[in-house]
Design a binder for this molecule. Structure first.
Ligand SMILES: [Zn+2]
Length: 355
């Protein structure tokens, strides 16, 4: 490791407390522009890094590419910035998971975020992205992953937070440097995660369009510390009728029908999939969004003039449960075991030095 590079990592402020154990830095770096090239080479590749890290090159199937940074589109300013991947991951982890979580959960989050980021960069197709996002594979909002620059993090967090948690996050990233998940010889690029599942995660096809083999419904037994457990939302029935009818075209439901609404189909993770309201069928997700519920894992009943929704979990329920990961960490599971639990059949691989 060259001294110059060490100084650079200190300047970035990334791994100040852990500088000795191997700086993460600019070595694993992907170019969004690389994606075009990569479409031409078989995927399955992935020999990252040149033998000499100082050269800052990636090697894909013996093709060396200058690869300084990955590109992130900052929505609020409509600008695209280049960020070293590992620095980017640390900044994403700080925004996507409470830093007070167990260090093994933070490591699992880092690997999930890295896998997603690398896959998105490699498979970048501008047309799929909204306006402005077309020059970069990743943006800084929930559309991709929430990202703030180190400067923004420093501005938005207290000094105490920076002192206590930033090194903890950086350590989690550093301890998993370059590690990504693979499934069946390919990057497990849809490494989705959510806050809490309410006890069981979902098959991807029950929530999103397609069945992804590593996004299977699994128990999530250690979510005791999770927020949004047995959360009650009461909605005035007349208001509910109005809201529902505002979503319908060509038909309307009555107050009686709304009072008698019933969940008629549930997913394997016990989320409401179909809800019958008179002759109308709505999805649990539609009702979740309509009534601002934390999850579509809900029961509904009527009390006086109100619909009473009791929901469990927060988020879509697919992939890693962050609170579940935290609970597993507290029970003594390592990050690789956490990932193997929530992403069925995956293997961890490290993007390596070539040569
Ligand atoms: Zn995006």
């Amino acid at each position: 490791m060259g001294k110059g590079r060490k100084r650079k990592s200190i300047k970035m402020g990334l791994y100040r407390k852990h500088g000795k154990s191997g700086y993460i830095g600019r070595s694993l770096l992907l170019l969004a522009g690389l994606a075009a090239l990569l479409l031409l080479v078989p995927i399955g590749i992935v020999q990252f890094f040149s033998a000499d890290r100082q050269e800052q090159k990636l090697v894909f199937d013996q093709v060396e590419v200058e690869a300084p940074e990955i590109l992130v589109w900052l929505e609020e300013s409509d600008t695209t910035v280049s960020v070293p991947l590992e620095e980017y991951i640390a900044c994403v982890v700080s925004e996507e998971m409470p830093a007070s979580f167990h260090s093994e959960a933070l490591k699992a989050q880092a690997v999930a975020a890295r896998t997603y980021s690398v896959a998105r960069t490699l498979n970048f197709t501008p047309v799929e992205n909204p306006q402005g996002h077309q020059k970069a594979a990743l943006c800084n909002t929930t559309h991709c992953q929430v990202y703030q620059t180190q400067e923004q993090i420093r501005q938005n967090r207290s000094e105490e937070w920076m002192e206590e948690y930033w090194p903890k996050i950086c350590h989690a990233v550093e301890m998993t440097e370059g590690q990504v998940m693979y499934y069946d010889g390919k990057l497990a690029g849809q490494a989705m995660f959510h806050s809490s599942s309410g006890g069981k995660t979902e098959n991807s096809e029950d929530v999103f369009a397609s069945a992804v083999p590593y996004l299977r419904s699994v128990d999530s037994p250690y979510e005791e510390g999770a927020t949004h457990q047995n959360e009650t939302v009461r909605v005035d029935i007349d208001q509910a009728v109005q809201l529902i009818n505002s979503q319908l075209q060509g038909t309307q439901v009555t107050r009686e029908e709304v009072e008698q609404m019933q969940v008629v189909a549930r997913s394997s993770g016990n989320r409401a999939q179909s809800v019958q309201i008179g002759s109308v069928t709505m999805t649990g997700r539609e009702l979740r969004s309509l009534f601002g519920l934390s999850s579509s894992k809900f029961d509904v009943s009527v009390e006086d003039d109100k619909l009473v929704f009791i929901s469990n979990g927060y988020g879509h329920g697919v992939g890693l449960s962050q609170y579940g990961a935290n609970g597993m960490g507290e029970k003594g599971y390592r990050y690789d075991q956490i990932l193997e639990h929530y992403y069925t059949g995956i293997q961890l691989r490290t993007l390596q030095n070539a040569g």
